[in-house]
Design a protein around this ligand. Structure first.
Ligand code: PAF
Length: 283
């Protein structure tokens, strides 16, 4: 079946009402487009979680800071639409910026706590932009369930907090990161990497995997993370925004492995900023 395209809130609402008229449930997969296997894994999971699946494509200006890649962000809507159709998505919500943020728009959703530090520290205002647009997408599409990749682990934590705090009646499902054969996490931004940078980028999951293994085996957290950072610089990364161990749920910093933890990192190779995260479980 053809994926139905909605570009206005009016058409979206009519399409959602028609889809749900059989009494079935609706899943939403929010994206910024430039789809890859990671997004398609979200759609596949969405089909298991609900009767109908909607995806959104919206490159959200509110979550990009000054000097970030908003203008350069890949826009591949025609191909994305074909991929969504082949994956069995029913509805594509692809609004224009003025449909989402009309003249006079003045409201921001801001989640404190989990949005602070990590990417929130390196990209001020980023998670306000994410929380605001996701809250709007939830109100626009009114899904029963929404799916997000664990690749953006802090984003997932921010959205879970927002859903609890604002009483959205929407179940949030986190889907494991999809990786290339060598371990690099799939990302729409990987297409910015030159051949040489792509080869070096694998140092990120490699260094994190080794550090996670060492910490799970009892190694000192601080010293291990300093080592991991040095390995990234050796491999050719120019900056490391952070590489940290955090509580897997609250994202509170962890100086010692005292329960389920997550190692999270962001580092720049060439002009491309890559992020990744992995579970670290005490043995
Ligand atoms: O993860 C993304 O692609 C975006 O941050 C999201 C959740 C679609 C909000 O713009």
């Amino acid at each position: 079946m053809q994926v139905q395209l909605a570009r206005t809130i009016k058409l979206l609402r009519e399409s959602v009402t028609a889809l749900k008229s059989d009494g079935g449930t609706l899943a939403l997969v929010p994206t910024m487009g430039a789809l890859h296997e990671g997004h398609l894994a979200l759609v596949a999971r969405a089909k298991e979680e609900a009767d109908h699946v909607a995806a959104s494509i919206f490159v959200n200006p509110a979550q990009f800071g000054e000097g970030e890649d908003f203008d350069a962000y890949p826009r591949t809507e025609e191909r994305d639409r074909e991929l969504l159709e082949a994956a069995g998505c029913d509805l594509l919500w692809a609004p224009s910026p003025s449909e989402v943020y009309p003249d006079g728009y003045a409201t921001t959703v801001s989640v404190t706590g989990v949005s602070e530090g990590l990417c929130g520290g390196a990209r001020p205002g980023h998670f306000d932009g994410v929380a605001t647009v996701v809250a709007k997408l939830f109100n626009q599409v009114a899904p029963d369930v929404a799916l997000f990749g664990e690749k953006d682990y802090q984003q997932l934590a921010v959205i879970r907090r927002m859903v609890r705090d604002l009483d959205f009646d929407i179940r949030i499902v986190g889907v494991p990161t999809v990786r290339e054969a060598d371990g690099l996490a799939l990302s729409s931004r990987n297409r910015y990497l030159s051949e040489e940078e792509r080869a070096a980028a694998v140092a990120l999951p490699d260094a994190m995997g080794e550090a996670a293994e060492a910490i799970a085996g009892g190694a000192d957290v601080g010293a291990t993370l300093i080592d991991a950072k040095a390995k990234l610089f050796e491999a050719g990364f120019s900056t490391v925004d952070y590489i940290e161990l955090r509580d897997a749920e609250t994202l509170e910093p962890m100086a010692m492995l005292e329960g389920p933890a997550r190692m999270l990192a962001a580092a720049r190779i060439g002009t491309t900023r890559l992020i990744d995260n992995i579970a670290v479980l005490p043995r």
